[in-house]
Design a protein around this ligand. Structure first.
Ligand code: HEC
Length: 172
C-alpha cells in the first residue's frame, strides 16, 4: 500500500461505489497519538513505582493511621471516676444524643424510641462494666449502626464519655 496523496484504494466496487483515499494522517494528529502513548507509559510508571499513589497503597496508609489513632484498651483508665464522667457529659451531648436520646434512655425529647438502645437500664448487649463500655464505644457495632468512635474521639474522650455512660445508672 503506498502513501501517495490522493491515491484511491479501489474497493469502490464492494462498497456501493464509495471510494476511499489512502492519505497520510495529519502530522498534528499523529503527534497527538504518539504523545498519548508516551503519556500512558509515563503515567503508569509514575503512578505505581515513583509516586506510589495507587489505591492499595493509600488504603494501607489510611488503615495504619486509623489503627494508630484508635485507643488501646490498656491505655484507658480502669475506674469511672465522677471527674471523668463529668467531662464526658458534653461529649455525650455533642455526639450520642441523636441515637441514644438526651438522657441516654433510648428515647428522644418527644418520647419516641431512638435508633440506639437505653444505656441506663442495666440491660447490656455488649457488657456493662467500664471496660466493656469503653470497648463498645471504641470499636462500635458497625453492623447495627453504632459508630466506631475510637479513631474519631481518641483515648481521652472515650474514657470520659464511657465513664458518663457507666455512671448514668446502668453501669456494673
Ligand atoms: C448513629 C447512631 C448512634 C450514635 C450516634 C451512637 N450510637 Fe451507641 N449505639 C447505637 C446502636 C444502634 C447501638 C446498638 C448496637 C447493637 O444492637 O449491638 C448502640 C449501642 C451502644 C452501646 C452498647 C449498649 C449495650 O447494650 O451494650 C454503648 C455503650 C453506646 N452505644 C454508646 C454510645 C456513645 C457513648 C455514643 C457517642 C459517642 C454513641 N453510642 C453514639 C447507635 C448509635
Amino acid at each position: 500500500m503506498s502513501n501517495k496523496p490522493g491515491q484511491i484504494l479501489g474497493h469502490g466496487a464492494e462498497n456501493d461505489g464509495i471510494e476511499e483515499y489512502d492519505n497520510p494522517l495529519p502530522t498534528w494528529w499523529l503527534g497527538l497519538f504518539y504523545f498519548t502513548i508516551a503519556w500512558g507509559v509515563f503515567y503508569g510508571v509514575n503512578y505505581h513505582f515513583v509516586a506510589k499513589t495507587s489505591q492499595a497503597i493509600q488504603y494501607d496508609a489510611e488503615v495504619a493511621a486509623a489503627a494508630a489513632a484508635a485507643p488501646k484498651q490498656a491505655e484507658l483508665p480502669t475506674v469511672a471516676t465522677p471527674e471523668l464522667a463529668a467531662a464526658g457529659k458534653g461529649i455525650f451531648e455533642a455526639n450520642c444524643v441523636a441515637c441514644h436520646g438526651p438522657e441516654a434512655k433510648g428515647v428522644d425529647a418527644a418520647g419516641n424510641k431512638t435508633a440506639g438502645p437505653d444505656l441506663t437500664d442495666g440491660q447490656w448487649i455488649h457488657g456493662g462494666t467500664y471496660a466493656d463500655i469503653q470497648k463498645t464505644i471504641t470499636v462500635g457495632v458497625p453492623d447495627k449502626g453504632m459508630i466506631t468512635w475510637g479513631p474519631i474521639l481518641g483515648a481521652e474522650k472515650i474514657s470520659q464519655v464511657a465513664a458518663f455512660v457507666h455512671n448514668s445508672g446502668g453501669g456494673q
